[in-house]
Design a protein around this ligand. Structure first.
Ligand SMILES: *[C@@H]1O[C@H](CO)[C@@H](O)[C@H](O)[C@H]1NC(C)=O
Length: 459
């Protein structure tokens, strides 16, 4: 207990590759894993898995570059930077810092709103499981579930910083592996039993009725889905900033990236391919929602509870960097305002005299943030399509462009040398993918807007 502060006076960091891997798995697997069967169905048996593997390799490569950008100028002995934006400022400076900030924080805010929606859909599936899987049709509304989710976040967001999140993150990572396994198991059973598709007798758009143009849009969207299924670069530096400094953070982080990404890739491949084998071209957008499996109900309920718990943790992983960004900026801007800068020590007697620090600004602003994202989620039920667009637009800068540019600046790679050309070519290809996926999302957004009903969620 003697040494609670770091070399720079910040709270001692205690993270290890285990907690970092948990953060990564929590952040990456998202509920994206459930839509991968759909994505693979659009791309087919060869291109689907190949795309998955290519993106996992690109992400692994660029996250290795990013891990070295945490300290500057030297990856091991340089000075720490606490956020992605600070790292970009130290390496590149200028307008790029702004660009990075906009891409990163709009992505983070978007993800928190998106998770509120996805979690509420899962909670609703559990609450209304009798209606979904039975005969009667009940009126479905996720508004109540969003309020419940918001209330839980209201409490959790008082966790002062990312460092204190590791237990929640490990729980969330376990949850995400659990529901992936359930989805996988159900798919395997379905493949093995050879159950006829479309048992419910509902008509679905099958590939035969989809026009060529639509098919192309869907391929674009599928590529986008897969590309963003790995997007955790947004929080990579922030995760790295929870690691203890020996062994060197960049080493630990590379190990955690390898563990996190390979675990996810295995799950993605399994869930995507087996899901595709089970449903064929009709693979649903979400394996666990009513359009996928219908029974056994209890197992689907367990899976959906896992989704909800996972997203509760994942919300925090994405929200904490926003919180600390705003709080740090405000403290720098108004250092003399007591409301912003003072921590009050509060001791709780019955918890063995445990004491913690309360900052009223933190309490008020974080609560307001949760309230606003919850309301946004209620008003914009088609937000997840919009999130696809944010993901598409920010994939290239955050996952590819900045890591590569920072590496070029740090390693002083001469212009037009071979490695420079290779890196730029990779960057350019990823830019094209980003644009293609963005186009796919815009098309999807246009479709969703046609059937827009506020406060109603078509799960
Ligand atoms: C980031 O690193 C640079 C280079 O060492 C340093 O000058 C800067 O103060 C750091 N920024 C923060 C916010 O620590």
């Amino acid at each position: 207990m003697a040494n609670r502060v770091d070399d720079d006076g910040r709270p001692m960091r205690t993270g290890t590759w285990v907690t970092a891997s948990a953060h990564i798995i929590t952040a990456v697997i998202g509920s994206g894993v459930l839509s991968l069967a759909w994505a693979i169905a659009q791309l087919g048996w060869v291109a689907g898995p190949a795309t998955l593997i290519i993106f996992s390799l690109i992400t692994l490569f660029t996250s290795t570059l990013l891990a070295d950008a945490y300290r500057h100028p030297d990856p091991v002995t340089g000075q720490r930077n606490y956020t992605y934006m600070d790292a970009v400022r130290a390496h590149l400076g200028g307008l790029k810092v702004r660009f990075c900030g906009v891409a990163q924080y709009s992505n983070l805010v978007g993800v928190t709103v998106g998770y509120t929606i996805t979690a509420s859909i899962s909670m609703e599936m559990v609450r209304g499981s009798k209606c979904f899987h039975g005969k009667d049709k009940c009126h479905a509304s996720t508004t109540l579930d969003m309020v419940v989710f918001g209330c839980i976040q209201l409490i959790l967001c008082q966790v002062p910083n990312f460092h204190n999140l590791s237990r929640l993150s490990i729980l969330a990572a376990v949850m995400s592996l659990t529901y992936s396994l359930i989805g996988l198991g159900l798919s395997i059973v379905k493949v093995a039993s050879g159950t006829k598709l479309n048992e419910g007798g509902e008509t679905r758009t099958t590939s035969a009725t989809v026009s060529e143009a639509q098919r192309l849009w869907r391929i674009f969207q599928a590529i986008g889905d897969i590309a963003f299924a790995y997007a955790y670069s947004t929080v990579l530096i922030e995760i790295q900033d929870t690691l203890k400094s020996s062994p060197a953070e960049n080493k630990t982080m590379k190990r955690a990236s390898l563990v996190g990404i390979s675990t996810t890739t295995i799950f993605y491949l399994l869930c995507g391919c087996v899901g595709y084998a089970a449903f064929g071209e009709d693979a649903p957008g979400d394996l666990l929602s009513g359009t996928g499996f219908n029974h056994p109900v209890w197992l689907l309920n367990v899976a959906n509870v896992c989704v909800a718990i996972h997203l509760i943790g994942a919300y925090q992983v994405f929200a904490q960097p926003i919180f600390s960004f705003v709080e740090t900026s405000c403290r720098q801007r108004w250092p003399e305002v007591k409301f912003v800068s003072t921590d009050h020590q509060i001791t709780i007697p019955f918890l063995g005299g445990m004491s913690f620090h309360v900052n009223w600004f933190r309490v008020v602003w974080r609560s307001a943030y949760v309230a606003v994202t919850t309301v946004l989620a209620m008003v914009l039920p088609f937000f997840n399509v919009f999130l696809g667009l944010i993901g598409a637009v920010s994939f290239w800068p955050l996952t590819v462009y900045f890591p590569i540019e920072m590496y070029i600046a740090r390693a002083k790679i001469p212009k037009f040398s071979v490695s420079w050309m290779c890196l730029q070519a990779l960057s350019f290809v990823c830019l094209l993918i980003s644009l293609i996926a963005a186009a796919g999302s815009v098309e999807g957004l246009v479709q969703s807007l046609k059937t827009y009903h506020p406060f109603k969620n078509e799960a």
